[in-house]
Design a protein around this ligand. Structure first.
Ligand code: NDP
Length: 290
């Protein structure tokens, strides 16, 4: 038997989530502030609840996916909404502090609360491409895992409710860093008549190659010891100078290369020039606001 589920919030993402539950055969109750966004789902077999409170009572699992945590709290905090006994899975994006606060807030109102973060676009929901992260009680996750499986590839990260949001933003840092590095190179090569499509497969290979270094470098970070097995940071810094000079010489933006070198230079000034690149974790691990 398929667990009955509720989806609250039928924006682009919420509609995809509800659609995936329906497709997997779950009795699905939906609610949205603007009711017309439920029309398509109702045509596909979803039940539209008259109020958000009714929606929460309909399923044994309620997915919330609205704009932000503020909207979520406003909606579920209304005086006529009773959260006692509900199992909430909040897939709204936010930061880790909001996730922890909201977990506390929901638990004080008698709800069970799992946080989650979606690292996928709506069309990927319901396929293995959709990476969905969860944090909170492991037993709640395990109880509802087979239902949540309908949404994508799930990863349980731990009991700290903030973890899903932290992994989410860490993933964004990775994504934008790769894209920016690629755009830097593309801008440089275009000045020599090399188009983006020609460089892209080469860049892809480099990104994939560098990615294989991560586990070994992570060991250095976890051990707090950075022997320069393949290269010293001062060698990298000299190559960074070339990257800046070349960017300037061909007339493209050199901001990103300068930032990379500034970080390496600070680490070298602190005495780490003879160590390996991941020693820069020390620069990344403290605030700097200028
Ligand atoms: P949309 O803008 O399409 O939808 C927003 C939803 O939030 C609507 O259902 C809207 O209701 C509802 N909402 C906003 N404020 C309130 C409120 N005060 N009370 C009740 N309902 C409210 O956004 P998405 O669906 O794209 O995104 C939803 C969440 O999913 C976000 O946190 C987003 O970061 C996350 N996400 C989205 C991705 C994407 O690619 N779209 C990817 C990964 C995560 P109404 O229809 O009435 O306006």
């Amino acid at each position: 038997p398929h667990e009955p589920v509720t989806v609250v919030g039928l924006g682009r993402m919420g509609q995809a989530l509800a659609g995936a539950f329906l497709k997997a055969g779950h009795p699905t109750t939906v609610w949205n502030r603007t009711a017309s966004k439920a029309d398509q789902l109702v045509a596909e077999g979803a039940l539209l609840a008259p109020t958000v409170g009714d929606a929460l009572k309909a399923g044994s699992l309620a997915i919330i996916c609205v704009t932000d945590y503020e909207a979520m709290r406003e909606l579920l905090g209304a005086s006529d909404v009773d959260l006692a006994g509900t199992m909430l899975v909040n897939l709204t994006s936010g930061d880790s502090a909001q996730a922890r606060e909201t977990a506390h807030w929901a638990e004080q109102r008698g709800a069970r609360y799992l946080d989650g973060a979606i690292m996928a676009v709506p069309p990927a929901i319901g396929t293995s491409e959709a990476v969905i992260l969860h944090s909170g009680s492991r037993s709640d996750f395990e109880t509802h895992r087979s239902t949540l499986d309908a949404l994508g590839t799930l990863t349980y990260l731990g009991a700290d409710h903030g973890l899903a949001s932290l992994y989410d933003v860490a993933g964004l840092a990775m994504m934008w860093s790769i894209l920016n590095a690629w755009l830097q190179g593309t801008a440089m090569l275009r000045t020599a008549g090399v188009d983006a499509a020609t460089y892209a497969p080469f860049a892809q290979q480099i990104a994939a190659g560098v990615a294989t270094w991560l586990p070994g470098y992570a060991e250095q970070i976890d051990n707090g010891s950075f022997p320069a097995e393949v290269s010293a940071l001062e060698t990298d810094a000299r190559a960074m100078a070339h990257l800046i000079e070349e960017s300037e010489a061909v007339g493209v933006n050199a901001e990103l290369p300068r930032l990379l070198k500034a970080m390496a230079d600070r680490s070298i000034a602190a005495g780490h020039g003879g160590e390996q690149y991941p020693v820069l974790i020390e620069e990344f691990s403290k605030p700097r606001n200028d």
